[in-house]
Design a protein around this ligand. Structure first.
Ligand SMILES: [Fe+2]
Ligand SMILES: [Fe+2]
Length: 263
């Protein structure tokens, strides 16, 4: 791991007063921490799915899972420092119980290459989400969170790159056409605000805020902080286009990302 969540983050220097009333940020960080820390289940499912592919399974178990769990642990520690009144463990238990039925091997994509496209979309989502959080933290003057979010974002880009390598390994074997790839990309994009976020939101929503309102707030902030260009470029990578076509298409897809309000 390129950093250590206990040693490398300056939790003692968090300017708590500047953020402790920020309910929106609080909810976002809790949701992210819940989903990250549940990566152990995903790791188990993926290890089964790629059984026999030692290289991939080793990387999943020894690197990917550990890094994702560290993301969750670091966010948890941050949350506990700023909002000590929040019982993270109790709420997480509820989340895990409600979310586990959605984490089954049979919900993975039907083939190894296609599942890697799904992973690529997820890592695109996480790397750009933390990039947006870092930008937001910078604006509200919270350098500890900015540093943490940037560290996580970099890890997610690295995960993206590794999953892309695995995707390439299987893509020819499965004879996936560009149309096949677009179909999986499109299906996954539609699901980007999917059940994990909603279940986590319901778990942490102690003040009965409307979920639609939460998404609206996200859209507003995304307009300012979400790295649309980065998202579009990463998202299209599995298509393996040459760079000229890629930038031409990127300029048409980028506004679509804005409308979806991903972030
Ligand atoms: Fe992560
Ligand atoms: Fe990741």
């Amino acid at each position: 791991m390129r950093w250590n969540y206990e040693k490398d983050i300056k939790y003692d220097e968090i300017d708590k007063d500047s953020i402790k009333d920020n309910k929106y940020l609080f909810k976002n960080l809790v949701i992210a921490s819940f989903i990250e820390i549940t990566s152990d289940v995903y790791d188990m499912n993926l290890s089964k799915f790629y059984e026999g592919d030692e290289e991939t399974v080793n990387w999943l178990n020894n690197t990917w899972e550990k890094e994702e769990i560290q993301h969750g642990a670091s966010l948890k520690k941050y949350i506990n420092r700023v909002w000590p009144e929040f019982d993270w463990d109790k709420h997480y238990e509820t989340f895990r119980t409600n979310y586990l039925p959605f984490c089954k091997v049979e919900f993975l994509e039907p083939t190894r290459a296609k599942e890697m496209i799904a992973r690529i979309v997820v890592e695109t989502g996480t790397s750009t989400f933390y990039k947006a959080i870092a930008g937001y933290a910078k604006d509200i003057n919270e350098p500890v969170l900015e540093d943490l979010a940037l560290k996580i974002s970099k890890d997610e880009v690295y995960h993206f790159e590794m999953f892309e390598k695995v995707f390439k390994k299987y893509k020819d074997e499965e004879k996936l056409s560009r149309t096949d790839i677009i179909k999986v990309l499109y299906d996954r994009l539609k699901e980007i605000n999917n059940e994990d976020v909603k279940i986590a939101f319901d778990t942490v929503n102690d003040d009965n805020e409307n979920y639609e309102k939460f998404l609206e707030d996200t859209k507003k902030l995304a307009k300012k902080y979400y790295p649309y260009k980065m998202a579009t470029k990463m998202f299209m990578r599995p298509l393996g286009l040459n760079s000229m076509i890629e930038s031409a298409i990127a300029s048409t897809i980028s506004p679509a990302f804005r409308i979806l309000g991903i972030g």
